[in-house]
Write a protein that binds this ligand. Structure first.
Ligand code: ADE
Length: 225
């Protein structure tokens, strides 16, 4: 998978890709991430990428021309499955969306800033708008990192078997059951006997029941779907 991220703040984006799972995925050649500084496509003396809103109102708007030039250049080099705009009024990211997008070859992620982008960018270039939750961030960069992490860990070969993504919360619309490690007893607090029993079928059954119970208590909406 190749991910092209268009941003005014490339320095904010880089470090999460230099650690842990995302770093490993890049090193293994399973994903390529490219950062594009929007200011490189602004040709006036001040390298402006934003301007005042038509009709008045507080906040600057990201201009169409630098975004058009950047996206058009990228599209001339390869085909993209999706051109994504990170915005709080987009579709809220969830596991089924991440599962689907993790199978894409090439995506562009445009990070919004200030008041957002000129509507014509959304109308003519963007194919999908994604929010990471019902709150407003100062820009789309942190959302882009969240999206990349959610996608990259699902690419076959990125996670070792031991950390398989199939057992994550939200796969199968269930939250994960409780987990424990050694010691089996700490300050009198015991690990459930069944997990120490070595009886695989009973352990599976216990985990299923606990996952269901936990989901029912915390996220009953998931069971309604
Ligand atoms: N940009 C600002 N807030 C955002 C959010 N909640 N999700 C995605 N992008 C954003």
């Amino acid at each position: 998978m190749r991910i092209d991220i268009i941003t005014v703040l490339p320095e904010l984006l880089k470090s999460p890709f230099e650690a842990s799972i995302m770093k490993r995925a890049i090193e293994k050649g399973l994903v390529e991430v490219h950062f594009h500084n929007l200011r490189d496509y602004a040709y006036d003396k001040r390298r402006s990428i934003d301007d005042y809103q038509f009709g008045g109102g507080a906040g600057m708007v990201m201009m169409i021309q630098p975004i058009d030039d950047c996206i058009t250049k990228l599209k001339s080099e390869r085909e993209y499955d999706e051109i994504i705009y990170m915005t709080p009024d987009g579709e809220t990211l969830n596991q089924p969306m991440a599962n689907k997008m993790s199978m894409y070859e090439n995506i562009i992620i445009l990070c919004g800033h200030y008041k957002g982008v000129d509507q014509r960018v959304r109308d003519h270039f963007i194919t999908k708008e994604i929010s990471i939750g019902d709150y407003v961030l100062s820009g789309g960069e942190i959302g882009a990192i969240v999206l990349c992490d959610a996608l990259i860990r699902l690419i076959p070969g990125v996670l070792s078997d031991e950390t398989s993504a199939l057992t994550d919360s939200f796969q199968d619309n269930l939250l994960s059951p409780p987990i424990y490690t050694r010691p089996a007893e700490y300050k009198g607090w015991k690990v459930p006997d069944v997990l120490l029993s070595g009886h695989a079928a009973n352990i599976d059954k216990w985990r299923e029941e606990k996952a269901f119970e936990h989901t029912k208590n915390r996220r009953p909406d998931l069971l309604e779907d």
